[in-house]
Ligand binder design. Structure first.
Ligand code: SF4
Length: 163
C-alpha cells in the first residue's frame, strides 16, 4: 500500500482534482504494488467521484457522523473498518476503529469470543472509553503496535506489557 501511495505522490496525484480526471485503467498501473490493482482502481475511482461530488474533505466535514458513515458504507469496497478509519483519521470524528489485531488481542484476553460482529466490538470501546479523537487514535495505534511486537499470530507473551 505504501509503495502505491508513493507512486501516486511521484506522479503528483495526491490531489482530488487530479485524481478525479483519472479513469480506472489509468489509475491501475500506478497502484499496482497494492495488489488486486484493477479492482482497487475501479473502487478508488468510484470513491473519488463520490468525494468530488461532495466537495472533498471540506464537504464531508459538514455531514453529521452517523449519516456520513452510512454514506461511506454504501460506497463499493468500503467496509466498516475503512469507513471508520476515514472518519477517525481524516475527519477527526470520535469513532473507534476495529481491525483484526484488535479482535485478536481482545479475544486472547477473554473480552470477546471472536464471533461478535464489527459493531458489537466497536460498542465495547465506545461505551467504556470517553469519546475522544486523540484517545481513540492512540489506543488503536497501540493495539496495532502490540499486535506487531508481541500479540502476533503466535503470541510472544514474555515481555508483553499486557502479560
Ligand atoms: S502477547 Fe500480550 S496481548 Fe497477546 S496474549 Fe500474550 S500477553 Fe496478551
Amino acid at each position: 500500500m505504501e509503495s502505491a501511495i508513493s507512486g501516486l505522490k511521484r506522479h503528483k496525484l495526491i490531489n482530488l482534482e487530479k485524481l478525479a480526471t483519472l479513469r480506472p485503467e489509468m489509475l491501475a498501473p500506478l497502484i499496482r504494488p497494492a495488489g488486486f490493482y484493477n479492482l482497487k482502481a475501479k473502487r478508488l475511482c468510484s470513491v473519488i467521484d463520490w468525494l468530488a461530488a461532495r466537495n472533498g474533505i471540506t464537504g464531508l466535514k459538514r455531514i453529521p457522523t452517523r449519516r456520513l458513515r452510512k454514506q461511506l458504507l454504501a460506497c463499493p469496497g468500503i467496509g466498516p473498518e475503512t469507513a471508520d478509519s476515514i472518519l477517525l483519521y481524516a475527519l477527526e470524528r470520535p469513532v473507534f476503529v476495529i481491525d483484526a489485531y484488535t479482535r485478536r488481542i481482545l479475544s486472547r484476553h477473554g473480552f470477546i469470543t471472536g464471533n461478535e460482529d464489527y459493531d458489537s466490538v466497536q460498542q465495547l470501546f465506545q461505551e467504556n472509553l470517553p469519546r475522544s479523537v486523540p484517545l481513540y487514535n492512540e489506543f488503536h495505534a497501540l493495539l496495532v503496535r502490540l499486535a506487531k511486537t508481541h500479540c502476533r499470530t503466535k503470541p510472544i507473551c514474555h515481555g508483553c506489557p499486557l502479560a
